[in-house]
Design a protein around this ligand. Structure first.
Ligand code: ATP
Ligand code: MG
Length: 591
Protein backbone atom coordinates (compact mmCIF):
# COMPACT_ATOMS: atom_id res chain seq x y z
CA UNK A 1 0.00 0.00 0.00
CA UNK A 2 1.19 3.47 -0.85
CA UNK A 3 0.61 6.09 1.80
CA UNK A 4 -0.52 8.51 -0.92
CA UNK A 5 -3.40 6.16 -1.66
CA UNK A 6 -4.16 4.84 1.84
CA UNK A 7 -7.62 5.97 2.93
CA UNK A 8 -6.70 7.67 6.16
CA UNK A 9 -7.13 11.19 7.49
CA UNK A 10 -5.20 11.83 10.64
CA UNK A 11 -6.28 14.78 12.78
CA UNK A 12 -4.10 17.32 14.55
CA UNK A 13 -6.24 17.32 17.66
CA UNK A 14 -8.04 14.77 19.75
CA UNK A 15 -11.83 14.77 19.28
CA UNK A 16 -13.52 16.88 21.94
CA UNK A 17 -16.09 14.25 22.92
CA UNK A 18 -13.55 11.51 23.68
CA UNK A 19 -12.71 10.70 27.29
CA UNK A 20 -10.44 7.68 27.06
CA UNK A 21 -7.21 7.24 25.14
CA UNK A 22 -8.36 4.45 22.81
CA UNK A 23 -11.29 6.57 21.66
CA UNK A 24 -9.07 9.65 21.25
CA UNK A 25 -6.38 7.81 19.33
CA UNK A 26 -8.64 5.73 17.10
CA UNK A 27 -10.43 8.88 15.94
CA UNK A 28 -7.33 11.02 15.62
CA UNK A 29 -5.34 8.37 13.77
CA UNK A 30 -8.15 7.88 11.26
CA UNK A 31 -9.44 4.45 12.29
CA UNK A 32 -13.03 5.28 13.18
CA UNK A 33 -15.60 8.01 12.61
CA UNK A 34 -18.71 8.48 14.66
CA UNK A 35 -21.96 8.15 12.74
CA UNK A 36 -24.36 8.52 15.64
CA UNK A 37 -24.22 8.07 19.41
CA UNK A 38 -22.39 4.80 20.07
CA UNK A 39 -22.35 3.95 16.35
CA UNK A 40 -19.10 4.12 14.40
CA UNK A 41 -17.80 3.68 10.88
CA UNK A 42 -14.88 1.27 10.85
CA UNK A 43 -12.58 2.86 8.27
CA UNK A 44 -10.07 0.73 6.30
CA UNK A 45 -7.33 0.72 8.95
CA UNK A 46 -9.81 -0.26 11.67
CA UNK A 47 -11.38 -2.91 9.52
CA UNK A 48 -7.97 -4.50 8.96
CA UNK A 49 -7.43 -4.61 12.74
CA UNK A 50 -10.89 -6.04 13.38
CA UNK A 51 -10.42 -8.72 10.73
CA UNK A 52 -7.17 -9.73 12.39
CA UNK A 53 -8.78 -10.00 15.80
CA UNK A 54 -11.62 -11.95 14.20
CA UNK A 55 -9.22 -14.33 12.51
CA UNK A 56 -7.34 -15.06 15.70
CA UNK A 57 -10.65 -15.73 17.41
CA UNK A 58 -11.82 -17.87 14.49
CA UNK A 59 -8.63 -19.95 14.42
CA UNK A 60 -8.69 -20.66 18.14
CA UNK A 61 -12.42 -21.41 18.19
CA UNK A 62 -12.00 -23.79 15.27
CA UNK A 63 -8.98 -25.39 16.97
CA UNK A 64 -11.11 -25.86 20.08
CA UNK A 65 -13.66 -27.77 18.01
CA UNK A 66 -16.35 -25.12 17.65
CA UNK A 67 -18.15 -24.60 14.32
CA UNK A 68 -18.89 -21.22 12.79
CA UNK A 69 -22.28 -20.16 11.48
CA UNK A 70 -24.03 -16.84 11.00
CA UNK A 71 -27.40 -15.94 12.47
CA UNK A 72 -29.57 -12.98 11.45
CA UNK A 73 -29.11 -9.60 13.10
CA UNK A 74 -32.87 -8.95 13.20
CA UNK A 75 -34.79 -11.36 15.39
CA UNK A 76 -38.53 -12.09 15.80
CA UNK A 77 -40.30 -11.31 19.07
CA UNK A 78 -41.84 -14.81 19.25
CA UNK A 79 -38.59 -16.53 20.17
CA UNK A 80 -37.91 -13.92 22.83
CA UNK A 81 -41.35 -14.59 24.25
CA UNK A 82 -40.58 -18.30 24.43
CA UNK A 83 -37.52 -17.64 26.57
CA UNK A 84 -39.37 -15.07 28.63
CA UNK A 85 -36.91 -12.33 27.78
CA UNK A 86 -39.15 -10.12 25.59
CA UNK A 87 -40.57 -8.71 28.78
CA UNK A 88 -37.54 -9.22 30.96
CA UNK A 89 -34.81 -7.59 28.84
CA UNK A 90 -34.62 -3.91 29.67
CA UNK A 91 -34.16 -0.79 27.59
CA UNK A 92 -31.05 -2.16 25.89
CA UNK A 93 -33.24 -4.25 23.61
CA UNK A 94 -33.91 -2.22 20.46
CA UNK A 95 -37.43 -3.18 19.40
CA UNK A 96 -38.94 -2.43 16.00
CA UNK A 97 -42.06 -3.24 14.02
CA UNK A 98 -42.05 -4.32 10.38
CA UNK A 99 -44.57 -3.21 7.71
CA UNK A 100 -46.81 -6.14 8.60
CA UNK A 101 -46.97 -5.02 12.17
CA UNK A 102 -44.72 -7.83 13.39
CA UNK A 103 -42.50 -7.00 16.31
CA UNK A 104 -38.80 -7.67 15.98
CA UNK A 105 -35.59 -6.69 17.74
CA UNK A 106 -32.00 -5.99 16.80
CA UNK A 107 -29.95 -8.85 18.21
CA UNK A 108 -28.16 -7.82 21.42
CA UNK A 109 -27.15 -11.48 21.86
CA UNK A 110 -28.36 -14.70 20.24
CA UNK A 111 -29.34 -17.31 22.86
CA UNK A 112 -32.93 -17.56 21.61
CA UNK A 113 -31.96 -18.01 17.96
CA UNK A 114 -29.26 -20.59 18.60
CA UNK A 115 -31.53 -22.55 20.94
CA UNK A 116 -34.16 -22.68 18.20
CA UNK A 117 -31.54 -23.84 15.70
CA UNK A 118 -30.37 -26.57 18.08
CA UNK A 119 -33.94 -27.67 18.82
CA UNK A 120 -34.52 -28.21 15.09
CA UNK A 121 -31.28 -30.04 14.45
CA UNK A 122 -29.98 -31.77 17.56
CA UNK A 123 -32.49 -34.49 18.29
CA UNK A 124 -30.31 -37.27 19.68
CA UNK A 125 -27.67 -37.62 22.35
CA UNK A 126 -25.49 -39.07 19.58
CA UNK A 127 -25.22 -35.60 18.00
CA UNK A 128 -23.98 -33.97 21.21
CA UNK A 129 -21.90 -32.20 22.40
CA UNK A 130 -21.78 -29.33 19.92
CA UNK A 131 -20.38 -25.81 20.12
CA UNK A 132 -21.60 -23.27 17.54
CA UNK A 133 -20.32 -19.72 17.16
CA UNK A 134 -20.63 -16.65 15.01
CA UNK A 135 -18.92 -13.31 14.56
CA UNK A 136 -21.66 -10.77 14.12
CA UNK A 137 -22.76 -7.21 14.78
CA UNK A 138 -24.80 -6.69 17.90
CA UNK A 139 -27.00 -3.80 18.88
CA UNK A 140 -27.64 -2.76 22.45
CA UNK A 141 -29.28 0.54 23.24
CA UNK A 142 -26.79 1.07 26.06
CA UNK A 143 -27.82 3.53 28.75
CA UNK A 144 -24.43 5.19 28.56
CA UNK A 145 -22.65 4.50 25.29
CA UNK A 146 -19.20 5.96 25.80
CA UNK A 147 -15.50 5.42 25.42
CA UNK A 148 -15.71 4.90 21.64
CA UNK A 149 -15.52 1.23 20.71
CA UNK A 150 -15.29 0.12 24.34
CA UNK A 151 -18.99 0.68 24.94
CA UNK A 152 -20.79 1.24 21.68
CA UNK A 153 -24.40 0.62 20.79
CA UNK A 154 -23.53 -1.27 17.61
CA UNK A 155 -20.46 -3.45 18.03
CA UNK A 156 -18.95 -6.71 16.84
CA UNK A 157 -19.03 -9.78 19.03
CA UNK A 158 -18.01 -13.39 18.78
CA UNK A 159 -20.65 -15.42 20.51
CA UNK A 160 -20.50 -19.18 20.98
CA UNK A 161 -23.05 -21.56 22.45
CA UNK A 162 -22.42 -25.11 23.61
CA UNK A 163 -24.91 -27.96 23.99
CA UNK A 164 -24.19 -30.90 26.25
CA UNK A 165 -26.01 -33.82 27.78
CA UNK A 166 -24.39 -33.61 31.23
CA UNK A 167 -23.04 -31.04 33.68
CA UNK A 168 -19.63 -32.77 33.42
CA UNK A 169 -19.75 -32.21 29.66
CA UNK A 170 -20.51 -28.53 30.22
CA UNK A 171 -17.70 -28.23 32.78
CA UNK A 172 -15.29 -29.69 30.25
CA UNK A 173 -16.41 -27.35 27.47
CA UNK A 174 -16.24 -24.39 29.87
CA UNK A 175 -12.61 -25.24 30.57
CA UNK A 176 -12.00 -25.77 26.85
CA UNK A 177 -13.33 -22.27 26.09
CA UNK A 178 -11.35 -20.85 29.02
CA UNK A 179 -8.18 -22.25 27.45
CA UNK A 180 -9.13 -20.98 23.99
CA UNK A 181 -9.77 -17.49 25.43
CA UNK A 182 -6.42 -17.49 27.18
CA UNK A 183 -4.73 -18.22 23.85
CA UNK A 184 -6.82 -15.69 21.91
CA UNK A 185 -6.05 -12.75 24.17
CA UNK A 186 -2.39 -13.68 24.41
CA UNK A 187 -2.14 -13.77 20.63
CA UNK A 188 -3.84 -10.35 20.48
CA UNK A 189 -1.04 -9.01 22.70
CA UNK A 190 -3.25 -8.67 25.77
CA UNK A 191 -2.64 -9.80 29.33
CA UNK A 192 -5.94 -10.88 30.81
CA UNK A 193 -7.14 -12.01 34.21
CA UNK A 194 -10.11 -14.39 34.46
CA UNK A 195 -12.40 -13.22 37.25
CA UNK A 196 -15.60 -14.55 38.75
CA UNK A 197 -18.61 -12.48 37.81
CA UNK A 198 -22.31 -11.95 38.01
CA UNK A 199 -24.26 -13.49 35.14
CA UNK A 200 -26.47 -10.45 34.37
CA UNK A 201 -29.13 -10.48 31.66
CA UNK A 202 -27.63 -13.56 29.97
CA UNK A 203 -28.41 -15.65 33.04
CA UNK A 204 -26.94 -18.84 34.41
CA UNK A 205 -24.92 -19.58 37.48
CA UNK A 206 -21.16 -19.93 37.00
CA UNK A 207 -19.46 -17.26 34.94
CA UNK A 208 -16.06 -15.68 34.45
CA UNK A 209 -14.99 -12.51 32.73
CA UNK A 210 -11.66 -12.01 31.01
CA UNK A 211 -10.37 -8.61 32.03
CA UNK A 212 -7.62 -6.46 30.61
CA UNK A 213 -6.21 -4.85 33.72
CA UNK A 214 -5.74 -1.09 33.42
CA UNK A 215 -5.32 1.82 35.77
CA UNK A 216 -7.23 4.18 33.48
CA UNK A 217 -10.84 5.39 33.39
CA UNK A 218 -11.49 2.93 30.58
CA UNK A 219 -11.59 0.13 33.16
CA UNK A 220 -15.28 0.13 33.98
CA UNK A 221 -15.05 -2.83 36.34
CA UNK A 222 -13.49 -3.02 39.78
CA UNK A 223 -11.70 -6.32 40.20
CA UNK A 224 -10.91 -7.61 43.68
CA UNK A 225 -8.09 -10.10 43.78
CA UNK A 226 -5.66 -11.85 46.04
CA UNK A 227 -2.24 -13.42 45.61
CA UNK A 228 -3.82 -16.80 46.31
CA UNK A 229 -5.56 -16.60 42.92
CA UNK A 230 -8.99 -15.38 44.00
CA UNK A 231 -10.28 -12.72 41.58
CA UNK A 232 -13.82 -11.41 41.18
CA UNK A 233 -15.71 -8.53 39.64
CA UNK A 234 -17.10 -6.16 42.30
CA UNK A 235 -20.62 -7.27 41.34
CA UNK A 236 -19.72 -10.76 42.53
CA UNK A 237 -16.82 -10.37 44.96
CA UNK A 238 -17.27 -11.44 48.55
CA UNK A 239 -15.05 -10.86 51.55
CA UNK A 240 -14.74 -11.54 55.22
CA UNK A 241 -14.76 -8.56 57.54
CA UNK A 242 -12.45 -7.92 60.44
CA UNK A 243 -14.20 -7.70 63.83
CA UNK A 244 -16.29 -4.55 63.98
CA UNK A 245 -15.79 -1.94 66.62
CA UNK A 246 -19.09 -2.09 68.55
CA UNK A 247 -19.36 0.42 71.29
CA UNK A 248 -23.01 -0.03 72.22
CA UNK A 249 -23.82 3.20 74.01
CA UNK A 250 -27.52 2.79 74.64
CA UNK A 251 -28.87 -0.34 76.23
CA UNK A 252 -32.34 1.20 76.70
CA UNK A 253 -34.04 1.89 73.42
CA UNK A 254 -35.21 5.43 72.87
CA UNK A 255 -35.76 8.02 70.18
CA UNK A 256 -33.42 10.94 70.59
CA UNK A 257 -32.85 14.28 68.89
CA UNK A 258 -30.16 14.25 66.24
CA UNK A 259 -30.58 17.63 64.53
CA UNK A 260 -29.16 18.12 61.01
CA UNK A 261 -27.53 14.72 60.84
CA UNK A 262 -28.15 14.08 57.15
CA UNK A 263 -25.06 11.99 56.61
CA UNK A 264 -23.59 9.04 58.48
CA UNK A 265 -20.55 11.19 59.22
CA UNK A 266 -22.65 13.93 60.78
CA UNK A 267 -24.60 11.40 62.82
CA UNK A 268 -21.37 9.77 64.06
CA UNK A 269 -19.93 13.17 65.00
CA UNK A 270 -23.08 14.17 66.80
CA UNK A 271 -23.53 10.94 68.76
CA UNK A 272 -19.78 10.28 69.13
CA UNK A 273 -20.16 6.77 67.80
CA UNK A 274 -18.65 4.58 65.11
CA UNK A 275 -20.64 3.90 61.91
CA UNK A 276 -20.41 0.20 62.78
CA UNK A 277 -23.22 0.66 65.32
CA UNK A 278 -25.60 2.26 62.81
CA UNK A 279 -27.96 0.40 60.49
CA UNK A 280 -28.43 2.61 57.46
CA UNK A 281 -31.55 2.43 55.30
CA UNK A 282 -31.10 3.17 51.61
CA UNK A 283 -34.03 3.63 49.28
CA UNK A 284 -33.78 2.08 45.80
CA UNK A 285 -36.15 1.90 42.87
CA UNK A 286 -36.12 -1.42 41.03
CA UNK A 287 -38.26 -1.24 37.87
CA UNK A 288 -40.47 1.42 39.57
CA UNK A 289 -40.80 -0.66 42.77
CA UNK A 290 -39.53 0.62 46.13
CA UNK A 291 -36.81 -1.38 47.86
CA UNK A 292 -35.21 -0.49 51.19
CA UNK A 293 -31.74 -1.90 51.72
CA UNK A 294 -30.43 -2.17 55.28
CA UNK A 295 -26.70 -2.32 55.74
CA UNK A 296 -24.12 -1.52 58.41
CA UNK A 297 -23.37 2.15 57.92
CA UNK A 298 -19.64 1.84 57.27
CA UNK A 299 -20.38 -0.30 54.20
CA UNK A 300 -21.95 0.36 50.82
CA UNK A 301 -24.50 -1.50 48.76
CA UNK A 302 -23.46 -3.24 45.54
CA UNK A 303 -26.42 -2.58 43.24
CA UNK A 304 -26.14 -5.72 41.10
CA UNK A 305 -26.14 -7.89 44.20
CA UNK A 306 -29.19 -6.04 45.52
CA UNK A 307 -30.92 -6.43 42.17
CA UNK A 308 -30.22 -10.16 42.23
CA UNK A 309 -31.65 -10.39 45.74
CA UNK A 310 -35.00 -8.85 44.74
CA UNK A 311 -35.18 -9.77 41.03
CA UNK A 312 -35.83 -7.27 38.25
CA UNK A 313 -34.07 -5.45 35.45
CA UNK A 314 -33.05 -1.98 36.40
CA UNK A 315 -31.99 -0.56 39.70
CA UNK A 316 -31.19 2.93 40.86
CA UNK A 317 -31.03 4.85 44.09
CA UNK A 318 -34.19 6.88 44.73
CA UNK A 319 -34.05 10.64 44.24
CA UNK A 320 -35.01 13.08 47.02
CA UNK A 321 -38.48 13.71 45.57
CA UNK A 322 -39.25 9.98 45.53
CA UNK A 323 -38.09 9.59 49.12
CA UNK A 324 -40.34 12.48 50.07
CA UNK A 325 -43.30 10.82 48.28
CA UNK A 326 -42.65 7.52 50.03
CA UNK A 327 -42.63 9.34 53.34
CA UNK A 328 -45.84 11.24 52.64
CA UNK A 329 -47.64 8.15 51.34
CA UNK A 330 -46.76 6.33 54.56
CA UNK A 331 -47.67 9.20 56.86
CA UNK A 332 -44.16 10.44 57.71
CA UNK A 333 -42.33 13.69 57.09
CA UNK A 334 -38.68 12.62 57.33
CA UNK A 335 -36.07 13.35 54.71
CA UNK A 336 -32.87 11.66 53.57
CA UNK A 337 -30.70 10.82 56.56
CA UNK A 338 -33.59 9.92 58.84
CA UNK A 339 -35.19 7.07 56.90
CA UNK A 340 -35.80 3.73 58.58
CA UNK A 341 -37.68 0.56 57.69
CA UNK A 342 -40.34 0.67 60.36
CA UNK A 343 -43.80 1.70 59.20
CA UNK A 344 -43.01 1.83 55.50
CA UNK A 345 -45.70 -0.16 53.73
CA UNK A 346 -46.21 0.88 50.15
CA UNK A 347 -45.36 3.35 47.46
CA UNK A 348 -47.75 4.15 44.59
CA UNK A 349 -49.75 1.08 45.53
CA UNK A 350 -46.71 -1.25 45.40
CA UNK A 351 -45.58 -2.91 48.64
CA UNK A 352 -42.16 -1.80 49.84
CA UNK A 353 -39.60 -4.62 49.75
CA UNK A 354 -36.87 -4.88 52.37
CA UNK A 355 -33.48 -6.50 52.04
CA UNK A 356 -31.01 -6.79 54.90
CA UNK A 357 -27.34 -7.19 54.22
CA UNK A 358 -25.62 -9.93 56.19
CA UNK A 359 -23.67 -7.28 58.11
CA UNK A 360 -26.75 -6.26 60.09
CA UNK A 361 -27.95 -9.66 61.32
CA UNK A 362 -25.78 -9.82 64.42
CA UNK A 363 -25.97 -6.15 65.31
CA UNK A 364 -27.35 -5.25 68.72
CA UNK A 365 -28.35 -1.99 70.39
CA UNK A 366 -27.91 -0.20 67.10
CA UNK A 367 -28.81 3.26 65.86
CA UNK A 368 -31.38 3.50 63.07
CA UNK A 369 -33.61 6.03 61.28
CA UNK A 370 -37.21 6.12 62.51
CA UNK A 371 -38.72 8.30 59.75
CA UNK A 372 -38.82 11.35 61.99
CA UNK A 373 -36.98 14.48 60.99
CA UNK A 374 -33.96 15.27 63.19
CA UNK A 375 -34.41 12.11 65.26
CA UNK A 376 -32.92 8.62 65.39
CA UNK A 377 -33.69 5.47 67.30
CA UNK A 378 -30.84 4.30 69.54
CA UNK A 379 -30.40 1.05 71.40
CA UNK A 380 -32.58 -0.75 68.84
CA UNK A 381 -32.61 -4.49 68.20
CA UNK A 382 -34.04 -6.97 65.75
CA UNK A 383 -37.35 -8.29 66.77
CA UNK A 384 -37.26 -11.98 67.48
CA UNK A 385 -39.81 -13.94 65.41
CA UNK A 386 -40.97 -15.65 68.61
CA UNK A 387 -41.95 -12.25 69.88
CA UNK A 388 -44.47 -11.55 67.12
CA UNK A 389 -47.24 -9.09 67.59
CA UNK A 390 -44.98 -6.59 69.24
CA UNK A 391 -44.13 -4.83 66.01
CA UNK A 392 -44.72 -1.39 67.46
CA UNK A 393 -42.89 -2.03 70.69
CA UNK A 394 -40.16 0.56 71.02
CA UNK A 395 -36.70 -0.44 70.07
CA UNK A 396 -37.63 -3.49 68.06
CA UNK A 397 -37.43 -3.72 64.29
CA UNK A 398 -38.45 -6.69 62.25
CA UNK A 399 -35.53 -8.27 60.41
CA UNK A 400 -36.51 -8.48 56.73
CA UNK A 401 -37.17 -11.94 55.36
CA UNK A 402 -34.65 -11.37 52.61
CA UNK A 403 -31.19 -11.39 54.09
CA UNK A 404 -28.47 -11.48 51.45
CA UNK A 405 -24.94 -10.39 50.76
CA UNK A 406 -25.59 -7.05 49.04
CA UNK A 407 -22.37 -5.44 50.23
CA UNK A 408 -19.79 -3.79 48.01
CA UNK A 409 -16.42 -5.28 48.88
CA UNK A 410 -13.56 -2.90 49.68
CA UNK A 411 -9.83 -3.35 49.31
CA UNK A 412 -8.26 -4.50 52.56
CA UNK A 413 -11.20 -6.70 53.54
CA UNK A 414 -10.27 -10.32 53.80
CA UNK A 415 -10.03 -12.80 50.93
CA UNK A 416 -12.87 -15.35 51.21
CA UNK A 417 -10.47 -18.10 50.23
CA UNK A 418 -7.31 -17.47 52.18
CA UNK A 419 -8.04 -14.63 54.59
CA UNK A 420 -5.35 -12.24 53.36
CA UNK A 421 -6.31 -8.61 52.56
CA UNK A 422 -7.91 -8.21 49.12
CA UNK A 423 -6.47 -5.81 46.56
CA UNK A 424 -8.42 -3.88 43.95
CA UNK A 425 -7.69 -2.85 40.39
CA UNK A 426 -9.70 -1.86 37.35
CA UNK A 427 -10.41 -3.96 34.29
CA UNK A 428 -11.90 -3.84 30.82
CA UNK A 429 -14.03 -6.91 30.20
CA UNK A 430 -13.07 -8.25 26.78
CA UNK A 431 -14.77 -11.61 27.00
CA UNK A 432 -16.79 -13.85 29.21
CA UNK A 433 -17.93 -17.41 29.63
CA UNK A 434 -21.18 -18.54 31.25
CA UNK A 435 -22.68 -21.81 32.32
CA UNK A 436 -26.31 -21.42 31.29
CA UNK A 437 -27.55 -24.87 32.21
CA UNK A 438 -31.14 -25.23 31.00
CA UNK A 439 -32.09 -21.55 31.34
CA UNK A 440 -33.01 -21.35 27.65
CA UNK A 441 -33.45 -24.98 26.64
CA UNK A 442 -36.06 -25.74 29.30
CA UNK A 443 -38.52 -22.87 28.61
CA UNK A 444 -37.98 -23.18 24.85
CA UNK A 445 -38.50 -26.94 25.01
CA UNK A 446 -35.19 -27.54 23.26
CA UNK A 447 -34.69 -31.21 23.98
CA UNK A 448 -32.87 -34.27 22.71
CA UNK A 449 -33.61 -37.95 23.15
CA UNK A 450 -31.22 -39.56 25.57
CA UNK A 451 -29.80 -43.08 25.45
CA UNK A 452 -32.65 -44.35 27.64
CA UNK A 453 -35.29 -42.91 25.30
CA UNK A 454 -36.30 -40.01 27.55
CA UNK A 455 -36.24 -36.41 26.31
CA UNK A 456 -34.13 -33.88 28.15
CA UNK A 457 -33.26 -30.20 27.67
CA UNK A 458 -29.70 -29.48 26.55
CA UNK A 459 -27.24 -28.24 29.12
CA UNK A 460 -25.92 -25.07 27.61
CA UNK A 461 -22.98 -22.69 27.93
CA UNK A 462 -22.33 -19.41 26.18
CA UNK A 463 -19.09 -17.63 25.47
CA UNK A 464 -18.68 -14.04 24.23
CA UNK A 465 -15.77 -11.94 23.05
CA UNK A 466 -16.14 -8.28 22.13
CA UNK A 467 -14.15 -8.07 18.89
CA UNK A 468 -14.31 -4.29 18.60
CA UNK A 469 -13.83 -3.85 22.36
CA UNK A 470 -10.76 -6.11 22.28
CA UNK A 471 -9.20 -3.94 19.56
CA UNK A 472 -9.87 -0.80 21.60
CA UNK A 473 -8.55 -2.49 24.77
CA UNK A 474 -5.34 -3.24 22.87
CA UNK A 475 -4.95 0.50 22.27
CA UNK A 476 -5.56 1.18 25.96
CA UNK A 477 -2.83 -1.29 26.79
CA UNK A 478 -0.37 -0.28 24.06
CA UNK A 479 0.15 3.41 23.35
CA UNK A 480 2.32 6.36 24.28
CA UNK A 481 2.01 10.13 23.96
CA UNK A 482 2.70 9.90 20.23
CA UNK A 483 0.11 7.34 19.32
CA UNK A 484 -0.78 3.68 19.10
CA UNK A 485 1.71 0.83 19.52
CA UNK A 486 -0.17 -2.05 17.95
CA UNK A 487 0.83 -5.56 18.92
CA UNK A 488 2.19 -7.04 15.68
CA UNK A 489 -0.54 -9.70 15.40
CA UNK A 490 -3.39 -7.20 15.14
CA UNK A 491 -1.67 -4.16 13.59
CA UNK A 492 -3.38 -2.94 10.41
CA UNK A 493 0.02 -3.13 8.66
CA UNK A 494 3.23 -4.62 9.97
CA UNK A 495 5.68 -2.03 8.71
CA UNK A 496 6.10 1.34 7.07
CA UNK A 497 8.98 2.28 4.82
CA UNK A 498 9.75 6.01 4.84
CA UNK A 499 12.02 7.65 2.29
CA UNK A 500 13.05 10.89 4.00
CA UNK A 501 13.15 12.77 0.72
CA UNK A 502 11.03 11.58 -2.16
CA UNK A 503 13.15 13.80 -4.42
CA UNK A 504 16.32 11.86 -3.59
CA UNK A 505 16.62 9.16 -6.23
CA UNK A 506 18.80 6.79 -4.22
CA UNK A 507 16.57 7.04 -1.17
CA UNK A 508 13.47 6.40 -3.25
CA UNK A 509 15.03 3.45 -5.03
CA UNK A 510 16.20 1.74 -1.84
CA UNK A 511 12.86 2.42 -0.16
CA UNK A 512 10.96 0.92 -3.09
CA UNK A 513 13.29 -2.12 -3.07
CA UNK A 514 12.77 -2.73 0.64
CA UNK A 515 9.04 -2.29 0.22
CA UNK A 516 8.95 -4.82 -2.63
CA UNK A 517 11.06 -7.31 -0.67
CA UNK A 518 8.73 -7.02 2.31
CA UNK A 519 5.61 -7.49 0.23
CA UNK A 520 7.18 -10.44 -1.58
CA UNK A 521 7.71 -12.15 1.78
CA UNK A 522 4.15 -11.63 2.93
CA UNK A 523 4.73 -8.56 5.07
CA UNK A 524 1.82 -6.11 5.08
CA UNK A 525 3.76 -2.95 4.34
CA UNK A 526 3.11 0.68 3.50
CA UNK A 527 5.55 2.96 1.71
CA UNK A 528 5.21 6.63 2.57
CA UNK A 529 5.60 8.07 -0.92
CA UNK A 530 4.05 11.41 -0.01
CA UNK A 531 5.96 14.56 -0.77
CA UNK A 532 5.84 15.63 2.87
CA UNK A 533 8.43 16.68 5.42
CA UNK A 534 10.04 13.74 7.19
CA UNK A 535 8.69 15.07 10.49
CA UNK A 536 5.12 14.81 9.25
CA UNK A 537 5.69 11.26 8.06
CA UNK A 538 7.25 10.21 11.36
CA UNK A 539 4.40 11.71 13.34
CA UNK A 540 1.79 9.88 11.27
CA UNK A 541 3.73 6.61 11.50
CA UNK A 542 3.83 6.86 15.29
CA UNK A 543 0.22 7.95 15.55
CA UNK A 544 -1.11 5.16 13.32
CA UNK A 545 1.13 2.77 15.19
CA UNK A 546 3.05 0.70 12.63
CA UNK A 547 5.03 -1.85 14.66
CA UNK A 548 8.15 -1.35 12.50
CA UNK A 549 9.46 1.72 10.70
CA UNK A 550 12.26 1.55 8.18
CA UNK A 551 13.57 5.01 7.31
CA UNK A 552 15.75 5.55 4.29
CA UNK A 553 17.62 8.83 4.70
CA UNK A 554 21.08 10.27 4.25
CA UNK A 555 22.69 7.20 5.86
CA UNK A 556 21.96 5.26 2.74
CA UNK A 557 25.08 6.74 1.18
CA UNK A 558 26.93 4.54 3.71
CA UNK A 559 24.56 1.64 3.02
CA UNK A 560 22.50 2.07 6.23
CA UNK A 561 18.82 2.57 7.03
CA UNK A 562 17.20 3.38 10.35
CA UNK A 563 15.08 0.63 11.87
CA UNK A 564 12.67 1.57 14.63
CA UNK A 565 10.56 -0.76 16.76
CA UNK A 566 7.45 1.15 17.84
CA UNK A 567 6.77 -0.84 21.03
CA UNK A 568 10.21 -0.28 22.56
CA UNK A 569 11.29 2.84 20.69
CA UNK A 570 14.61 1.12 19.97
CA UNK A 571 16.42 2.43 16.89
CA UNK A 572 19.10 0.54 14.96
CA UNK A 573 21.18 1.65 12.00
CA UNK A 574 21.44 -1.41 9.83
CA UNK A 575 21.67 -2.65 6.28
CA UNK A 576 18.42 -2.57 4.26
CA UNK A 577 18.38 -6.35 3.83
CA UNK A 578 18.81 -6.88 7.59
CA UNK A 579 15.91 -4.53 8.29
CA UNK A 580 13.68 -6.47 5.93
CA UNK A 581 14.79 -9.73 7.48
CA UNK A 582 13.90 -8.68 11.04
CA UNK A 583 10.35 -7.89 9.94
CA UNK A 584 9.98 -11.08 7.89
CA UNK A 585 11.24 -13.18 10.82
CA UNK A 586 8.86 -11.45 13.23
CA UNK A 587 5.79 -12.07 11.12
CA UNK A 588 6.81 -15.67 10.46
CA UNK A 589 6.76 -16.22 14.23
CA UNK A 590 3.14 -15.03 14.33
CA UNK A 591 2.01 -17.93 12.21
P1 ATP B 1 -20.66 -5.21 29.96
O1 ATP B 1 -20.77 -5.67 31.38
O2 ATP B 1 -19.36 -4.55 29.66
O3 ATP B 1 -21.86 -4.43 29.52
P2 ATP B 1 -21.82 -7.63 29.11
O4 ATP B 1 -21.73 -8.45 30.34
O5 ATP B 1 -23.10 -6.97 28.77
O6 ATP B 1 -20.64 -6.55 29.11
P3 ATP B 1 -21.91 -9.80 27.22
O7 ATP B 1 -23.35 -9.64 27.01
O8 ATP B 1 -21.50 -11.03 27.88
O9 ATP B 1 -21.29 -8.52 27.91
O10 ATP B 1 -21.13 -9.68 25.84
C1 ATP B 1 -19.93 -10.37 25.53
C2 ATP B 1 -18.81 -9.40 25.22
O11 ATP B 1 -19.23 -8.41 24.30
C3 ATP B 1 -18.32 -8.63 26.41
O12 ATP B 1 -17.38 -9.37 27.13
C4 ATP B 1 -17.68 -7.41 25.76
O13 ATP B 1 -16.37 -7.70 25.35
C5 ATP B 1 -18.54 -7.20 24.53
N1 ATP B 1 -19.50 -6.10 24.73
C6 ATP B 1 -20.61 -6.10 25.50
N2 ATP B 1 -21.24 -4.92 25.44
C7 ATP B 1 -20.51 -4.15 24.60
C8 ATP B 1 -20.65 -2.82 24.10
N3 ATP B 1 -21.68 -2.06 24.46
N4 ATP B 1 -19.70 -2.34 23.25
C9 ATP B 1 -18.67 -3.11 22.87
N5 ATP B 1 -18.48 -4.37 23.29
C10 ATP B 1 -19.39 -4.89 24.14
MG1 MG C 1 -23.76 -5.00 29.04
Amino acid sequence: MRMSKLFVQTLREFPSDAEVISHKLLVRAGYIRKLSMGIYNFLPLMWRVLKKVENIVREEMDNAGAQELLMPFVQPKELWEESGRWGAYGGELMRLTDRHGREMCLGPTHEEIITAIARDGLKSYKQLPVNLYQIQSKFRDERRPRFGLLRGREFIMKDAYSFDTTQEGLDKEYKNMWNAYTKIFKRCGLDTKAVQSDSGAIGGSVSHEFMVITDTDAGENDVFYCDCGYAANSNHAISDLPMANIKGEWSTPQIIDTPDTHSIEELCDFLKIEPTVIVKSLVYIVDKNPVIALIRADKNVEETKLLNAVGGNEIRIAVAAEIEDIMVQNGFDAEKGFIGPKGLKEYNGVPVKFVADKTVIDMKNFVIGVNQKDKHGVGYNWECKCNSGGSDSTGLIELPETVADIRLVEAGELCPECGKPLKVTRGIEVGNIFQLGTKYSAPMNAVYTDIDGTTKPYIMGCYGIGISRTAAAAVEAHHDENGIKWPLAIAPYHAIVIPVSTKDELQMKVAEDIYKTLVKHGVEAVIDDRDERAGVKFKDADLIGFPYRITVGKGITEGLVEFKTRETGEILNIKPEDAAEIVVTAITKLK
